[in-house]
Design a protein around this ligand. Structure first.
Ligand code: PGA
Length: 255
């Protein structure tokens, strides 16, 4: 937690879900009660094919929808890509950029992620920039160096619109059931906070820093209570309303 910063519980459905899954969103809305709404914001980043329907499904609920990637350009000859304007047009209020699966599967560099982040923010979207070290990098003791490089290379120098959010997702923790210890998360998030304050001043002290990688109802309270952890980016456990709400409900326990 960061004093004065409202946490965000964000789901990333990845390449999962069809219109048959929209009922999970309805169930999330039903379970996201007033007491919890006061404690945390909620967002679900669905596949692009579902974004319009998901936004409609949640139109009267205090849960936002978003996309999982975007192209940096506003339009043009980029077969299969979607622009930030298209995301907004479909009802999305957020976009994830630089997820490690994009960095790996699509060879996205920090420079590419930076351009996407700029496009997301310029559209006024909440733009969640993901960073994190691989297992080999952690074993080599270079975690903080990697975070420093990715922060420096993936974040814009300034932005007028939108909200910049940073998600720390150790690559080895994603989808594996493994998580860093609370002490490791505290070290990484404290380091990131320092980097952001050095670069952006007071604004950097208020950027929401999410932790992602095997967050589950069983470990959410411990991880979310860590200093400078302002929410979660949740993959597998965001697909089912019960699990996702179980994670969000951790905020009812944290003072
Ligand atoms: P996971 O994925 O919760 O399934 O580990 C997290 C993510 O990739 O955002």
């Amino acid at each position: 937690m960061t004093p004065g910063v409202k946490p965000l519980v964000a789901g990333n459905w990845k390449m999962n879900g069809t219109s048959a899954s929209l009922g999970e969103l309805t169930a999330m809305a039903a379970g996201f009660g007033v007491a919890l709404q006061e404690k945390a914001d909620m967002l679900v980043c669905v596949p692009a094919t579902l974004l319009f329907q998901a936004s409609q499904t949640l139109s009267s609920a205090p849960i936002s929808t978003g996309a999982q990637d975007c192209h940096a350009a506003a339009n043009g000859a980029h077969t299969g890509d979607i622009s930030t304007g298209m995301i907004a047009d479909a009802g999305g209020l957020a976009v994830i950029v630089g997820h490690s699966e994009r960095r790996t599967d699509h060879a996205e560099t920090d420079a590419v992620v930076l351009e996407k982040a700029k496009a997301g923010l310029a559209e006024g979207l909440m733009t969640i920039v993901c960073i994190g070290e691989t297992e080999a990098e952690r074993k080599a003791g270079s975690t903080l160096d990697i975070l420093k490089t990715q922060l420096a290379g993936s974040l814009p120098d300034s932005w007028e619109k939108g909200e910049l959010v940073v998600a720390y997702e150790p690559v080895w923790a994603i989808g594996t059931g493994l998580t860093p210890t609370a002490e490791d998360v505290a070290e990484a998030h404290g380091f990131m906070r320092g980097q952001l304050v050095d670069r952006f001043g007071e604004k950097g002290g208020k950027i929401r820093l999410l932790y992602g990688g095997s967050v589950k109802p069983a470990n959410a309270a411990e991880l979310m209570a860590v200093e400078n952890v302002d929410g979660a980016l949740v993959g597998g456990a965001s697909l089912k309303a019960e699990d996702f709400l179980g994670i969000a409900n951790a905020y009812l326990e944290i003072a």
